[in-house]
Design a protein around this ligand. Structure first.
Ligand code: ADP
Length: 637
């Protein structure tokens, strides 16, 4: 293609002369008359040279040159001065033009200037191309080094196969440094020797038996100093007997600032020197090896911990299931498998409700979202009774633990039977005592002191009788004899219960807040027992709350349940007593012995709630007060 020359000159004889002279030697001429025209033609026609006048219309040629060279730094520009001026020559040459023409213009001078500028441009182009090729080759090399390093990096994070990673590290070291063989030596602290953990181009047998003392070896020197060695010697270097090399690099592999091994490459056959860049690459790979070794060590440590932990959990006496956040079984121990009659390997990693049908355990999971229910009873088909706890574990899921309490249950049943029998047998003699105490007063007159004693006998016998009645009630409900059920409206029973306590409340100058949602649905139950329930809970609130304080009662419904709530501002229950207050005869440590009570009330209440398929729980803080909640299912039609 013919090269074109862009003439940027005002219309004049000079322009015509130039055009002619240039065309005559075979170039194509294009013409621009202002700087915008020059830029346009530079983009559209790609001229090889721009020949520019000192003045173009009213524009200054020198300023145009400066601007053009910013965008096209290698563009050859010939400057055409209007008249001879040595000062101007210096200025335009400094701006970076390739040739300078001044009047009088001669055709051969014009042609010479054009041709020499073209030649210079060509030389410049060749040089640029060479430079570009050279930098591209070096960039390509860097890119491929980066790729190798990246692959190893990915290797380390993506696999736990330490052997594989370390072999890849050594192979990459050999590839990147274009060496003949490579090795990764680790320190055996006991013998103070280095052994070959991974090798490239070494025979298996040699690699396996390779041992190098730290003292008196080049690799040992790296271990001791923590500094790399890059040796290029004409003489063969003796690393170990029968292992002579001509050049080598050894770099330290460090773990927490401590050198634990050496990564090395060497040449035995050829004497190809290694560069500083090779040492850098090898150091990067050694860092990778360090990370991989550390990862493997950490993984092993956590695996060891895990298996220790598993062994402890498997062998503990409690039955245990650990669930993830989706209720999938993460771990189930032997004891739990035995209790539930399942095989660990068959249920592991499955959703618990898909593989375990035990009703009480499934109930625990159903109720887990609800308020603080930490202790549950699980009764197995073979009548064994377990005490179970559901414990959420943040970040993991939850654990269900169970202890076999069948033995204690049986013992407690025997005790209850005994108490029941004794209570029963005590009733008749007590009735007799009460009867005779009555009679004493009737058969003759008594003095005041005698009357007082008889009165005390009567009060004491009444107390014992009330206690015995409580015990017998409890026994009856627990044994399931209390089967009377009818549709009852809790509001009227509650109001009746409160009215019976009114005198005491007034005496203690307590205020009573009452909030009953109207038209509550009925529940199915035994009205006598439900009254006992209210009497006990409200009675306790009144009893354990000081004078002048407030008691609040709320009765409302939610879904298919009625919720009864009684809050007081009383003594509260100490934290350590809280797990026991539903036990028979249990009274908290902060209660004065002078406050009347047998510790049976809450045991009766709990039994009543259970026999009505309800739930009871409480919240309490010592010296601040307590809230008792009872939840009863509404009657189903
Ligand atoms: P008692 O006959 O002692 O009242 P209960 O079975 O009704 O027996 O209650 C057991 C124990 O629980 C009480 O002795 C007391 O320590 C504690 N308690 C129950 N209700 C309350 C309450 N409202 N405030 C403080 N403590 C309470």
């Amino acid at each position: 293609m013919t090269e074109s020359i862009l003439l940027a000159l005002d219309k004049s004889q000079t322009l015509q002369l130039m055009s002619r002279a240039i065309r005559a030697v075979g170039y194509k001429v294009i013409v621009a008359h202002d700087s915008a025209g020059i830029k346009k033609l530079l983009q559209e026609s790609h001229p090889s040279i721009v020949l520019l006048g000192e003045k173009l219309q009213e524009e200054n040629g020198l300023e145009i040159i400066e601007e053009l060279l910013i965008h096209y730094p290698t563009l050859p520009i010939i400057f055409l001065a209007t008249e001879n001026s040595p000062g101007l020559i210096q200025e335009v040459l400094r701006a970076g033009i390739s040739a300078y023409l001044e009047p009088p213009l001669k055709t051969d001078e014009i042609v010479n200037a054009v041709e020499s500028s073209l030649q210079r441009a060509k030389r410049m182009g060749d040089w640029l191309r060479r430079e570009v090729n050279r930098s591209t080759a070096s960039l390509e090399k860097r890119v491929s080094e980066m790729e190798v390093l990246l692959t190893i990096g990915r290797d380390i994070t993506g696999t736990l196969d330490l052997d594989g990673v370390l072999n890849n590290v050594v192979a990459a070291a050999v590839k990147l440094t274009k060496s003949e063989e490579g090795s990764l030596l680790l320190l055996d602290e006991e013998s103070n020797e280095l052994f070959m953990r991974a090798g490239y181009n070494f025979e298996d047998e040699f690699a396996k038996s390779f041992r190098l003392p730290v003292s008196d070896s080049l690799a040992g020197q790296v271990i001791k100093t923590g500094e790399p060695i890059n040796l290029n010697k004409d003489a063969l270097l003796k690393i170990k007997t029968a292992y002579l090399v001509k050049s080598l690099i050894y770099v330290p592999i460090k773990l927490n600032e401590q050198t634990i091994g050496v990564l090395g490459v060497d040449n035995r056959q050829h004497h190809l020197p290694f560069s500083e860049h090779d040492t850098l690459l090898l150091s990067l790979l050694a860092d990778y090896a360090g990370v991989a070794i550390e990862n493997a060590r950490l993984y092993q440590a956590s695996e060891d911990e895990r298996s220790k932990f598993e062994a402890v959990l498997s062998n503990m006496d409690d039955a245990l299931i650990i669930l993830d956040q989706q209720d999938r079984i993460e771990l189930i121990n032997e004891m739990m498998c035995n209790a539930l009659g399942v095989k660990g390997e068959e249920v592991s990693n499955k959703i618990i409700s898909d593989v375990i049908s035990q009703r009480d355990i499934l109930n625990i999971l159903r109720q887990k979202e609800e308020i603080s229910m930490q202790n549950f009873e699980v009764i197995l088909d073979d009548d064994r009774v377990f005490n179970a706890q559901y414990t959420p574990i943040p970040g993991v899921g939850a654990a269900i633990t169970m202890q076999d309490v069948s033995y204690h249950k049986e013992l407690s049943r025997l005790k209850d039977d005994f108490v029941h029998t004794v209570s029963h047998d005590l009733r008749s003699p007590l009735t007799a005592v009460l009867g005779y105490a009555e009679l004493i007063q009737r058969i003759g007159s008594l003095n005041e002191e005698q009357k007082e004693f008889v009165h005390r006998i009567q009060l004491s016998v009444q107390d014992i009788t009330a206690l015995i009645n409580d015990l017998l009630d409890l026994g009856r409900i627990e044994a399931g004899f209390d089967t009377r059920r009818e549709s009852i409206h809790l509001e009227s029973i509650l109001r009746y219960s409160i009215s019976n306590l009114e005198t005491t409340i007034q005496k203690k100058n307590q205020t009573m807040g009452l909030d009953i949602v109207p038209n509550l649905p009925p529940v199915r139950g035994n009205p006598v027992r439900i009254r006992q329930l209210f009497d006990n809970l409200i009675g306790n609130a009144v009893k354990y709350t000081p004078n002048n304080k407030k008691i609040s009662i709320k009765l409302h419904n939610e879904d298919n349940q009625i919720i009864f709530k009684v809050s007081d501002q009383g003594t509260g229950i100490p934290l350590e007593d809280q797990p026991h207050i539903f036990e028979k005869f249990y009274r908290a440590a902060n209660i004065s012995k002078r406050v009347a009570g047998s510790g049976l009330g809450l045991a009766i209440v709990k039994t009543i709630v259970d026999s009505h398929q309800g739930r009871i729980w409480f919240e309490s803080k010592e010296n601040e007060g307590s809230i008792f909640f009872v939840l009863l299912p509404t009657e189903v039609h």
